[in-house]
Design a protein around this ligand. Sequence first.
Ligand SMILES: [Zn+2]
Length: 306
Amino acid sequence: MENKEAYIEFLNTWNDAMWYAFLAALAVAALIFIIYKIRYMSAGGYKEKFEFASEKEIKAYLLVNYAIAAGIFFIANSAKPQIVEISYIWFIIRVFISMCLGTLHAYVAFLIFKYYYPGPLDKKLKKLRYKPRINPATGNEMKLLSEAEEDAYLDEGMQAEEDAFSVDYDVWIDEATGDTKIEKYKGHLSALECDRCGFQTLKLEKEEIITPATEDTAGEIQKEYKCSYCGRIKRKTMKLTTKLEKEDILAALSKGRLAGDNQIELIRIEIQSMDGETKSFEFQNRDEAKKFLEEFDFSKLRQTSY
Ligand SMILES: [Zn+2]
């Protein structure tokens, strides 16, 4: 009997402690969330917000959810007091179930933020990246130059870097004054869709120039992608050229091997951007493909693919 009273007294203390721990865990979760939001809001311009969010957002949201998972563990440990009073066995069972619930929440959150959330985050980041910049000197809205236009504003080193590596320079111009603002982005920050598991988790791991391009011959660059979900490693060797090869493709379509062949069922043109995104277009015959290439504006593709 005395034993039972001691047990019940212990349970009361335990319940109080679990409640305080639950509130503390929620407070920690809220605090992490608020601190993240404040740091994001005060990160400065869109470019700074972009960098901050791409580096910290997933980590911050994971921490918030781990704190919530701890909260679930604590609050579940104060549930069903009448049943637990019957025997200490129930107390142990409750601790065990609480652990399962907390772990479940943490694990689901981990899966969501590691494998699903990078997709939506990427959209948000692209919005930040392409929101019109304001010229601080005049207050005018600036215009983002297309790939073709921007070369005039980039020095040779920047252009080479853009051509070879997954680096992008965005050039914003104030059309009234000619003021420019150049922002550098690392293309490999955003993940691609993995062709094996379908998640947005394929990331560029390394790039290596195998043979450098010269004025008249194309070089080669090897890119290695790794999927953080299924572990797929994808290596791609790409041509490294100093100019667009649209003319070469057109020439190949008009003469050479293709022209002699009347059995063509399908022509597929794959266009690959520097960040590894591929767009493919299919045509029934040579003429359609030629027409497409002649009319095709590569800068438009860039815009639609973002
Ligand atoms: Zn995968």
